[in-house]
Design a protein around this ligand. Structure first.
Ligand code: 5GP
Ligand code: MG
Length: 183
């Protein structure tokens, strides 16, 4: 077997586990949003792309999808500032909004996006859903309303999560072997 999977030292969550987790999240969201209309699901690119694609197929309700592109990571650590790569905001006026991200770490990304949506977009409500929640100290006060898996305080890749732009296409979540980090 060749390819990026060989670059993993450990697999934390495999494809079957991920599928089950997404189905459970989708079922919970479907139940909670049954009477909340209209719904917009907004994913944070690039990391949240795979999560969004799988999760919305497990939410059995009418919904619109949107995306927003930001970055805060450099290599394997948070730069401390959240950069928005677009000027416009999605049209969320009068809508219930569920923000998706791949992983909650310092919390700055979700916090910055949630604050901008609240200040600029007049949504009916905002909730957040992350595939992974890192067990570490948050830099700002935020926790996600829906969490797929908890992970320890280490750098993970796969299922949308990158290292220097690569490994997003791995179907599982894992930790890279030390030799694949740039020196
Ligand atoms: P926060 O703003 O909460 O510190 O970080 C959120 C963003 O940082 C995530 O959307 C993700 O892009 C990136 N990030 C945080 N932890 C990890 C990690 O362990 N692996 C990868 N690949 N990205 C991470
Ligand atoms: Mg991200």
């Amino acid at each position: 077997m060749s390819g990026p999977r060989n670059h993993l030292e450990r697999i934390l969550f495999g494809e079957t586990e991920i599928r089950k987790c997404i189905a459970d999240l989708g079922a919970a969201i479907t139940k909670d949003y049954k009477d909340k209309r209209p719904l917009s699901v907004v994913t944070i690119l690039q990391g949240g792309a795979l999560f969004m694609a799988d999760l919305i197929r497990e939410i059995h309700l009418p919904l619109k999808i949107e995306s927003i592109s930001v970055s805060s990571y450099e290599g394997t650590s948070s730069s401390g500032t959240v950069k928005f790569h677009q000027n416009g905001m999605p049209d969320l006026n009068g809508r219930h909004v569920l923000i998706l991200d791949d992983i909650l770490d310092s919390g700055r990304t979700l916090f910055a996006i949630q604050s901008r949506f609240e200040g600029e977009c007049q949504p009916l409500s905002i909730q957040t859903c992350v595939f992974l929640s890192k067990q570490c100290e948050r830099a700002v006060e935020i926790e996600a309303d829906y969490v797929g898996f908890e992970v320890g305080d280490e750098f993970v890749v796969g299922y949308g999560l990158d290292y220097n732009g690569e490994y997003r296409n791995l179907p599982e979540i894992g930790v890279l072997k030390p030799e694949f980090y740039e020196k």
